[in-house]
Design a protein around this ligand. Structure first.
Ligand SMILES: [Zn+2]
Length: 313
């Protein structure tokens, strides 16, 4: 048995996982960037201890703890160099947990972990080359190359969301301009529509959200586009075009067997994948499209737990 932990910007989920990839029990706690590293670390340690106690398992039955977290992990020290959603710099979360719990612990970027989890347990590790693209508030990427997770020379590769699709384009939260995620990340899409509504725009989207910005998300923006809303139509067509063009560029570069799509924007929309495919088929090179499969992620939030727990070092 192993334990997987997924540390997100708003919640932490931990689960016990059998060697066959069954998540037998999970626990979750809220978190946030307002809390200190020390306070969050204490929460995580307590969460793991409770999970083990409630499972009835002996501690020695747990072979390993795997942590999935946003941000870049140093290749040698395994410290988190920077975690954007919790604003951590250079923290040794892996070492601190291993010291406190006394079970071997490893750490992985969350999108790498989710891609690996989907590949190993969702696709049984069969396809050799998989490009994972998770379109949520931003865009994260994970690469399986020749049956192994590809991390790059210094462990920080696979940053699909910050490939630059337009050097003069929208500003990205990374400080650059025109990144893939500045066009297709949910946070950025919602921000563009929200700004226009706040300037007085109503359209179909105004009826759909009924004056409540809490109802404004990529699902309702797509719905407004489908109903002919003029501004949402403009925004959404740009999303489709850039998503297709971004994936076409990556498919030309990597020639994967499977493009695996996950994340909130993918799950909340109805036609985005099909409409993206039209652009992809138009823009990618014919040879790169041969045999290419576009698949939706299957495991939801368990993917990162599974991947973190079972990823090979
Ligand atoms: Zn960027």
């Amino acid at each position: 048995m192993r334990i997987g932990i997924d540390i997100g910007g708003t919640k932490i989920i931990a689960g016990i996982i059998s060697d066959a990839g069954a998540v037998t029990s999970t626990k979750r706690i809220p978190t946030g960037a307002a809390r200190t590293y020390g306070a969050i670390l204490e929460d995580i340690i307590r969460l793991i201890q409770e999970l083990i106690n409630e499972s009835g398992l002996q501690k020695r039955a747990i072979d390993r703890i795997g942590i999935a977290t946003a941000g870049q992990i140093d290749k040698e020290s395994k410290k988190i160099l920077f975690s954007p959603n919790l604003r951590w710099h250079n923290v040794d979360l892996r070492g601190d947990i291993e010291k406190a719990i006394e079970i071997q612990t490893c750490i992985e970027n969350d999108v790498n972990a989710a891609t690996y989890g989907e590949w190993k347990f969702g696709f049984k590790g069969v396809p050799k080359d998989v490009l994972g693209i998770f379109v949520g508030t931003g865009i994260g990427g994970g690469l399986i190359v020749d049956g192994k997770l590809y991390r790059g020379f210094s462990n920080v590769g696979g940053e699909v969301g910050h490939t630059i699709l337009n050097p003069y384009g929208y500003r990205c939260n990374c400080g650059n301009k025109g990144c893939f995620e500045a066009y297709c990340g949910g946070w950025y899409i919602v921000k563009r529509v929200k700004k226009r509504i706040q300037e007085g725009y109503r359209g179909k989207i105004g009826d759909i959200i009924n004056g409540d910005m809490a109802n404004l998300h990529t699902g309702t923006i797509e719905e407004a586009y489908l109903l002919g809303d003029e501004f949402c139509g403009h925004v959404w067509q740009e999303v489709i075009e850039y998503l297709g063009a971004g994936i076409a560029s990556l498919v030309n570069l990597l020639n994967p067997e499977i493009v695996l799509l996950g994340g909130g924007v993918i799950y909340s929309t109805k036609h985005l994948i099909d409409e993206m495919k039209v652009v992809l088929n138009k823009r990618a090179m014919t040879a790169s499209l041969h045999g290419l499969q576009i698949e939706k992620a299957k495991l939801g939030e368990e993917a990162a737990l599974l991947g973190a727990a079972y990823i090979e070092e």
